[in-house]
Each structure stands twice: as C-alpha cells, then as structure tokens.
Unconditional design. Structure first.
Length: 310
C-alpha cells in the first residue's frame, strides 16, 4: 500500500516526537513541539506526515510561517524543518516514494494558504545535496563562524555607542523595529517584540540575553546572545544600525560583556563571514522551491537564530 500523506493532528504530537528521537537521536518534548509549531505571532504552521498501511508514522516535514517584509511589501516567510523519514521507509527516491510526495504536498499547501510566500530551510550537506538533485532546494549560503578579534577591531568610530543588557521589553523592541523596517531590503521575518519574545525569551530549552544597542541614549538596534555548551558566546541575532561596521558594533558588545566577566570568552557570529580556512557550520541555508525560484531578488541574510539549532 502506498503511504498516505495527511496533516498531523494534535493527538499525534507525541508520536511525532518519538519519530524525531528515532531519526535525529535527540529528544524533543510535546511542549517543545507545540512551542515550535503552534505558538508565537505566526501566520500558521504546517505539519505533513506519511502513514503506512497499519497507520504507523513513517515521515514528517514541518513549516513555520511568520509575517515578513521586503522593501515595505508583505511576505509570508515559510521556514521548513524537521524533515524526517523512518528507516523502514527509506530507499529509492522515485516520484512515488515518501520524500518527493511530502515535498510536493508542502509546495501545494504553502501555495494554497499563503500570499507571496518565500520558503527556506537549513539542513546538513548530505540532505541538501539530495534536495538539490530532486529540484527542491538551491543553496543560498554556507556559513562559517566569524570570531571577534579584539586586537583587530578598532572601535574608535563607535566611541559613542553602548550595548546594554536588558530584560525582554517588547514595547521598546517594537520602537526599534518600527524605525528600522524601511531599511529591510531582503526577505525577512518581522522581527518585532512579539517575535523576539517567542523565539528567545520563551524558548523551552535554551536561554538568551538581549542587548540594546544605543547611540547618545537613543536605541538603534540589538544583539541577542547565547552561551554555548563550550562556553563560547554566539551572537544568534542582531539588528545593526545602517552604515555601521559590523566588527565595530561587536566590539561594543564585547566591551559590555567584558564588564560582567573576569575573562572575555570567545565571541562569534555570522555577521561577517570568517576566512575560507575556518570550518563551515553543520547547516546550509537554502531556498525551497515553490512555484519558482526567487533568483531576481536579494537572498535573506540569515543569522544563527533563524535556524532551530542555535
């Protein structure tokens, strides 16, 4: 019997979490799943599954859809994640097998439900090669961690800038975003206070720190950081002031961090790509094809927080 493609029901979330653990080797709780696919200021969530002849869950692919913007026009930003196939359902990849059937179903569902969608995702190199071969993905960017080098970062031009560690003041973040939204010329999620609160403040597993970036006491942007398991600090999200140097702004952040720790830990980001000698991250950013590729417009400028890994 050909596997049946349908949408995941709320009562099936625990089963999807078990498939996640079996495929990826790490656990996810139903509470984490609901945060990821049902909460936040989203336009919708899509969870498509394949069930076998006995009703067993064989595969899943998900999409989180948030309001977006580019050059003042509204977009639907569709992030695909958690494509997983049980080992019993793997094999060839003809047009009738689970992988391409789920991909086609996702294309059709997104096109039917959302206006001006831009779909994208992050996956390992091997998975992306398969998606490219079947015509569903194109690579946008391989990412290298760029480490902040204090000796090489002259902050003389940013002497009047300050980074302040603050609690999650969504109204204050909304004011910053409203001042900056006209400068967004690439497809981007609306990273307003509600989105940042959902993504970072309310994350069920990781903890993040918000830093407001100000000039002469006026807020112009932010950094969001996470202390990684190895003690390094990752800049997972940043809204930097227009026409400023990214390395100088990170120097401002480093100065603020140094004020609260005896030894400044390594700080890295995707804001300025590291040398070709540095190892690439284990995720690749790519566009998922819907009706057509968006070759005629700028690609999104992804940051670690755009993935579901950091």
């Amino acid at each position: 019997m050909t596997p049946v493609i349908c949408e995941l029901e709320a009562v099936d979330i625990a089963e999807a979490c078990l498939l996640f653990q079996n495929v990826f080797g790490s656990a996810i709780t139903p509470e984490h799943w609901r945060w990821k696919y049902l909460k936040g200021p989203r336009l919708g969530g899509i969870n498509l599954i394949a069930r076998g002849a006995s009703g067993e869950l064989l595969a899943h692919t998900g999409g989180s859809v948030f309001p977006g913007v580019m050059c003042g026009a509204s977009r639907s930003m569709v992030q695909l994640s958690d494509f997983m196939v049980d080992s019993a359902a793997r094999g060839g990849y003809s047009v009738s097998t689970v992988y391409p059937r789920l991909m086609r179903a996702m294309q059709e569902t997104v096109a039917k439900r959302f206006t001006e969608p831009y779909a994208y995702g992050f996956a390992g190199v091997r998975q992306f090669k398969l998606g490219i071969r079947l015509g569903y993905y194109r690579v946008l960017q391989h990412y290298r961690p760029a480490y902040f080098a204090p000796a090489a970062s002259s902050a003389w031009g940013s002497a009047l800038w300050r980074a302040h560690s603050i609690d999650w003041d969504t109204a204050r973040l909304d004011k910053v975003w409203s001042r900056r939204i006209a400068e967004i010329h690439r497809p981007s999620i609306l990273r307003n206070g509600a989105y940042l609160a959902w993504r970072y403040r309310d994350h069920p597993v990781h903890s993040y720190q918000l830093w407001l970036l100000s000039h002469l006491s006026r807020d112009h942007g932010w950094f969001i950081t996470r202390i990684m398991p190895n003690g390094e600090i990752c800049v997972v999200d940043a809204l930097l002031p227009a026409k400023t140097n990214a390395s100088e702004m990170v120097a401002v952040l480093a100065l603020a961090i140094a004020g609260s720790t005896p030894v400044l830990p390594p700080i890295y980001s995707w804001l300025f790509q590291g040398s070709q000698d540095s190892a690439v991250e284990p995720v690749v950013g790519g566009e998922f094809k819907l009706a057509h590729w968006h070759n005629d417009e700028p690609s999104p400028a992804f940051q670690p927080g755009d993935t579901d890994v950091f």
